[in-house]
Design a protein around this ligand. Structure first.
Ligand code: AMP
Length: 403
């Protein structure tokens, strides 16, 4: 069965086309910087002899719809395409960031599901709208395919009430469902499962802290294989310092911005979601550039990096109290998988908690899962490549084949 996974981010689209029975990725690609003057689309076709044919194009892609239509065309391209007819695609799995408390697992998309995703837009303003756009375009381009939603919040539905409730008047939960939902669930669940297999621990017995550091960043405390706490909340704004999001702040800052600085809610929202985090501190949201600037002696970039790592350390301490004793501390996603500096700084000073990084191992990058702890570390420190698309593909396949 040919199955397409579409992972729409706030300004990007990742896609992968799988041949599920053969466990093969046929094609993959990334549309980046959507809405900016210079966007980029990279499309790859994987050949059976292991070779990869690809093309990258820089051009303006004004929105997700344009980007997704280009993806549809590239998959059918004469030279680099992998299908002749859109009806060859039997299922499309969509990453949907916010599923509220309604969805604790993947579902087949129908009008009612789309309405439910739409009703959650206020909680994930950067993500649910492009996710819905992705679904709309996929329904047009692949009309015969079953469309499936896999929710980023689903894994965290196992959190206990004392962890997911906010200490505000209970009517806000009872009438408005305001609570912690958490995000990146597909990634946290996937890397925890991979770590359990790697360590020879039964997945439902694993105690771990997973640290997903991408453009968005979050951490999850995993006890007996289940999410018991996570750093994002009602929305993807709180917790760790991210590329452009502030992470945890004193909520009174919002009143100050409104009352004293006469900013509208829309302006404050934009400021905290798009102009904060690394970008707010150092004017730059890409961790690679931040690290380059640190190496050149840039003070602002150094401060941003220190703040970023310090916040991770604070959460490690908190989650150790909740999920410990730990089998594993897991680093994943763009920064977590690639940045030796961030991993080193995030583990600095945690030796007394049994978390001891081995510098040499941390610097040796290898494919797949990597152990980077010192021999005397009681906690295994793992780099586990996340594969949200594969996880979405597996969940989608399971759902459409069990119908
Ligand atoms: P993701 O959302 O998982 O695709 O991660 C995107 C983030 O990973 C961006 O902020 C990139 O700067 C960061 N990233 C990718 N490669 C590296 C690297 N070698 N060192 C530091 N950060 C990286």
């Amino acid at each position: 069965m040919k199955l397409l996974v579409i992972n729409t981010g706030s300004s990007s689209i990742k896609y992968k086309l799988f041949e599920m029975e053969e466990k093969k990725v046929m094609s993959a690609g990334l549309v980046e910087k959507i809405g900016e003057e210079q966007s980029r689309i990279k499309h790859q076709r994987f050949l059976s002899d292991g070779k990869v044919e690809e093309k990258t194009e820089d051009l303006a892609i004004k929105d997700h719809r344009v980007g997704l239509e280009m993806v549809g065309n590239l998959l059918q391209d004469e030279q680099l395409g992998v299908i002749k007819d859109p009806n060859e695609i039997k299922a499309v799995g969509h990453r949907v960031v916010h599923g509220g408390s309604r969805f604790s697992e993947a579902v087949i998309i129908n009008a009612e599901v789309k309405d439910a995703i739409h009703s959650l837009v206020t909680l994930a303003p950067l993500h649910n709208p492009p996710n819905l756009e992705g679904i709309a375009v996929a329904e047009e381009v692949f009309p015969q395919a079953k469309q499936v939603a896999v929710f980023d919040t689903a894994f965290h539905q196992s959190m206990p009430d004392y962890a997911f409730l906010y200490a505000i008047p209970k009517k806000y939960y009872q009438e408005h469902r305001i609570r912690v939902y958490g995000m990146h669930g597909t990634s946290h669940q996937y890397v925890a499962h991979q770590a359990a297999i790697h360590l020879g621990v039964l997945p439902h017995k694993l105690n771990a802290v997973s640290i997903h550091l991408g453009n968005g960043c979050s951490m999850t405390a995993i006890k007996n294989g289940k999410s018991v706490d996570t750093s994002m909340g009602l929305s993807p704004l709180p917790g760790l310092i991210m590329g452009t999001r502030s992470g945890d702040i004193d909520p009174a800052i919002i009143f100050y911005m409104g009352n004293k600085l006469n900013m509208s809610f829309e302006e404050i929202d934009r400021e905290l979601n798009k102009q904060s985090g690394l970008k707010g501190v150092a004017g730059e949201n890409d961790m690679r550039t931040i690290i380059e600037r640190v190496e050149e002696g840039d003070q602002e970039a150094s401060l941003a990096l220190e703040m970023y790592a310090y916040r991770i350390r604070k959460y490690i301490g908190a989650y150790l109290a909740i999920a410990g004793p730990l089998d594993a501390l897991i680093f994943t996603a763009g920064v977590g998988e690639n940045s030796t500096v961030v991993r080193e700084k995030a583990c600095q000073g945690l030796e007394h908690l049994g978390i001891i990084l081995n510098r040499a191992k941390n610097f040796q990058r290898q494919k797949g899962i990597q152990e980077i702890q010192d021999e005397v570390s009681t906690v295994k420190i793992l780099v586990v490549p996340t594969d949200e698309e594969l996880s979405i593909a597996e969940q989608t396949y399971q759902l459409v084949t069990s119908e």
